[in-house]
Design a protein around this ligand. Sequence first.
Ligand code: HEC
Length: 275
Amino acid sequence: MKKILLSCVSVVFAVLPLAAQVPVTKTDPETELAMIFTISFIIFVIATLMYIIGVMNANVDPIADLYFRIKNYIVPPPSEVAPDVGHIYDDIRELDNRIPPWFNYLFGITVIFAFVYMTDYHVLGISKLSTDEYLEEVVAANLQKKIMLASGGSINENALVALKDAESLKEGGETFQKFCISCHGPQAGGIVGPNLTDEYWIHGGGIKNVYNTIKKGVPGKGMISWELVFSQKQIQNIGSYVLSLQGSNPIGGKSPEGQKYIEPVVTVKDSAKTL
Ligand code: HEC
């Protein structure tokens, strides 16, 4: 008996370091699988040894015992036939009731869930661990910060101009494709939101008006405010991109809404004043 216990312990201590040495990385599914199998094997060995010890101690037929145990797991116990352990205190008898099957089923479900969870999160990596989610957010935030810093972040809103350089338009276009096309369409021809490629504007054309509409949104009309999402420079880029689409007349574009916008003629003197 002692020997069996000892060998059991030595097996566990021989295999555990093996499992511990395997580094846990999501990038290597084979390592993960190897670890799961090693741990499962250890559990299997321990359970088997404990079972053998139990059978030896109780001096019962192992086959009959196994059958009895399996039946115990599946069939609900008849009430009040549990063996009396012979203890009576204050007229209360202690019965050796078996574990109710619902509890065993629950246990079985947790084991299955553990395997599904392990495979999902650690082996296949379909769902992201919270650490990875966090790191992704940090990377995204750093990128955002980089863009803000590189672009100067803030700009003088009173002296807005529609940018024409390829880089700003490209950046604006990429942002538009990511955040705006669900309502305005990939060519800005309009879906829920209006067509942005014609000369007609509900809230005014020209970079200043478009910039303001994007920044503040149109609360209550489905156009959200982007002020907290983008830097001023980014909004300028998006607005410039939108205006660069003027007259592109995309297929399936919505019919004009709002007023035809005519850019006010700014004399040199006036623009000097606004600056
Ligand atoms: C959830 C849908 C939705 C999204 C996303 C959305 N918009 Fe809009 N947008 C609208 C709606 C609806 C209107 C019309 C508001 C109104 O009727 O006053 C609008 C209006 C506008 C206008 C004013 C048009 C005009 O005629 O004056 C501009 C400019 C605009 N959106 C740009 C954008 C940009 C740029 C983005 C992405 C950063 C964007 N929108 C994202 C729904 C959306």
